[in-house]
Write a protein that binds this ligand. Sequence first.
Ligand code: AMP
Ligand code: MG
Length: 499
Amino acid sequence: MCPTAAFQPTPTTNPFDALGLSQRFAALPAGLHHAVDADPVPDPVLLHFNRTVAQLIGLDPQAGQHELAAHYLSGNRLLPGSQPLASLYAGHQFGHFVSRLGDGRALLLGDVPGMHDERWELQLKGSGRTPYSRGGDGRAVLRSSLREYLCSEAMAGLGIPTTRALSLVASPLPVWRETQETAAIVLRVSPSFVRFGHFEAMYAHRQPDALRELADFMLRHHFPHWIDLPDRYERLLAETTRRTATLLAHWQAAGFTHGVMNTDNMSMLGLTLDYGPFGFMDHYEPGFVCNHSDESGRYAFDQQPDVAGWNLTRLAQALSPLISEEAGIAAISEYPARFAGAYIQRMSARLGLPAQREHARLILSMLELLHANQVDYTTFLRRLCHFDSTPAAPNAPLRDLFIDRAAFDAWADDYRAALRQTAPDDAQRSRAMLRVNPKYILRNHLAEQIIAAVRDHGDTHMLDAMVTVLQAPFDEHPQYEHWADPPPPGSQVMLSCSS
Ligand code: AMP
Ligand code: MG
């Protein structure tokens, strides 16, 4: 008998069955959410499956190869155990309060256990209309979905708190924006998608019981050690304040502009949330506005820290039924000092210096110099890792970035002096700096190339490679050396909110 004749192939198990979804959000008061099904899309195609995120949520990293993967990951098929719902939130949009926003094109599928003790919420973005869609079509276009997918991975690679993305599915379904485009669906993953705006909605709709339940929900699932403390709501506000300060320090140090810092896009856990017309700066430009509909520059790069502070005051107000006025003020008043401390810490690390307030002057003079000379921010800091601190060393690769070489030389003298006082030898400093100064960021002109390749030719090669590079942005990737270059002149892109 042929030895293999008795062999029976094991039935192919469905990795999505093993996810073990449940829906904790459904236990919150009914006014906060609505059960909705995803609206199927025709011919879904899986453009990318993120094995790293799959592992985080305990999903088989090969699940993307399952024949039904694109159906599960687009919402065409319900993931086992999910109870899709859209949640209600409000928000201050460009300073104006809108009392009823909500998930107009997102569906919370449920939550799953992670590798450790944590849980992850799974959310589809672009899966069709919900009761909160207002006039919208509930869809997201391929272009903006690709940008969210790439940028959340870039942020994670840089060590910046962010929601993640498990998968990106495209469909030929036509979607109208300024022109006709096509639809895509991102499956987002986060410890929580709760926004400042969820609390603002309960406050504005005079629902103090639901407000309290939502606050208790956040405490129970994210800060269980505080749940029985009498000052638990003050602690929640103080924690969101601290995390927001840390997040803003990350953004400012990375040269990242979010673009739409409305309170409905602010995460209670201090995560980067809702990627729209964001941008990483190429040359250093403090007034950088990445969203062309933001005419007043409300959300310009250098306004972000103050905007986050203002947004926190909106959150404090929303929580006022639970917290005394003095306690609320005390919780958020820590924000400016927390932000400044965290920013100086990150920037000092980027300069290879210990975190000290005295370095603020050196950091600011560096930024002024980069601005005046239109120097690429990421390139400069990466080259600074190899700064030669011996007296009068020319440091040509850095110096050549400047039009005003004398100004660079003067700054380099100050930098050298600071290094002499505090830093170890050049080799040791260089190693530490290379771990905090990325070689690769998600540059807009590269994102545009990826969008064109996928949209016009269905070609995902650059997308695949870019995800790999962005997941390890501090490493050298010799094959993709050119992706570290600043954009060629004239290729800077302005982006709109329409996504
Ligand atoms: P965003 O600018 O993406 O943060 O969205 C702001 C609000 O508008 C949120 O409540 C979204 O759910 C909603 N929204 C944005 N685009 C759409 C759309 N195409 N269809 C329905 N709702 C949308
Ligand atoms: Mg949003």
